[in-house]
Design a protein around this ligand. Structure first.
Ligand SMILES: [Zn+2]
Length: 251
C-alpha cells in the first residue's frame, strides 16, 4: 500500500494537469463520468493516502488500497477504474483503486492538521488525540489515519525503532518526552521517506522494516503481526521500551 509520501509524489508528478479541461472520462468506478467531462482541474493534491483531483463543482478521491497504480500518458494492460483524457491525447489512468466523489470543498472535507506532510500539520493536536485514547497501542496509533494521516506500515516500523518505543506500548503510558518524540518523528521521518523515495534510495535507509538484525544491539529483530490492524511489525525487544501503565511505566 503506498504511504503518504508516495501519494504526494504522485500528486506532484501529475501537477501539470492543473488548469487542463477533462475532455473524456471512462472507467469501471461508480462515478457519473459525464459530470467529469468539461470540468477543469484546479489542482492535484494529497491528503494522507488519498490522491485528490480538485475541480470546481466537486472533487475525486482516489485510494490505491493494496495494489492500486496509476499511469500518466500511458496505459497498463488492464481495465482502468478511471481514465481521464485531455487535449493533445494526454491522459491519466488509475487502476485497482477505490474512486469516490467528494462534494464538499476539500479544505472542509479533510482535516489537514492530521496530514503529517501538510503545511497545516498540528503536532499538538496529534498529542491531544493520543491522550484521549490512552489504551491504544503505539503500533495502532501510528496507523490511525485520523491522527497520522499518510503514515503506513513502513513509516510505523521505522518511527517506533527510531524513537525506541516498543509497538505494544500503550500511548497513555508514554512519558511526555516520548509522546512528543513519537509525534514529531512521524512527520520528520515522512519527509525523509519522501526525499529518499524521490531519489530511489528508500529501501537502503530502512533500519527496522523487513530487517533481520537490530543495528543498535546487533541481535535479531522480533517479527509479529501486532495490534488491531495485524500489520507486520519489526522491532527490537531489547532497545525499544515497552511502556505499560502502572509501576512498569516508571522504567
Ligand atoms: Zn536493539
Amino acid at each position: 500500500m503506498p504511504e503518504g509520501p508516495s501519494i504526494l509524489i504522485a500528486a506532484q508528478t501529475m501537477g501539470g494537469f492543473a488548469g487542463q479541461k477533462i475532455l473524456r472520462a471512462s472507467g469501471s468506478a461508480p462515478l457519473d463520468m459525464a459530470a467529469l467531462v468539461g470540468q477543469r482541474i484546479l489542482a492535484l493534491r494529497s491528503w494522507g493516502k488519498h490522491l485528490l483531483i480538485e475541480m470546481p463543482r466537486f472533487s475525486v478521491r482516489i485510494h490505491f488500497l493494496m495494489f492500486g497504480s496509476w499511469r500518466m500518458n500511458e496505459r497498463k494492460d488492464a481495465e482502468p477504474k478511471l481514465s481521464l483524457g485531455f487535449a493533445g491525447g494526454q491522459e491519466l489512468n488509475f487502476y485497482t483503486c477505490a474512486v469516490k466523489r467528494v462534494d464538499a470543498p476539500l479544505d472542509q472535507a479533510y482535516d489537514w492538521s492530521a496530514d503529517v506532510l501538510s503545511d497545516h500539520w498540528d503536532a499538538a493536536a496529534a498529542r491531544r488525540k493520543l491522550r484521549l485514547t490512552p489504551q491504544m497501542l503505539a503500533c495502532d496509533a501510528l496507523l490511525d489515519q485520523s491522527i497520522f494521516s499518510g503514515v503506513g506500515n513502513i513509516i510505523k516500523n521505522e518511527v517506533l525503532f527510531r524513537t525506541q518505543i516498543h509497538p505494544l506500548s500503550q500511548v497513555g503510558a508514554l512519558p511526555p518526552a516520548r509522546l512528543r518524540a513519537l509525534v514529531d518523528d512521524a512527520r520528520q521521518y515522512s519527509f525523509h521517506f519522501l526525499a529518499w523515495k524521490k531519489a530511489g534510495v528508500l529501501k537502503r535507509h530502512w533500519l527496522a522494516h523487513t530487517r533481520e538484525i537490530c543495528p543498535r544491539c546487533v541481535i535479531p529483530f522480533s517479527k509479529a503481526h501486532l495490534g488491531k490492524t495485524r500489520r507486520r511489525s519489526f522491532f527490537c525487544a531489547y532497545c525499544q521500551h515497552n511502556y505499560q501503565p502502572g509501576p512498569a511505566a516508571q522504567a
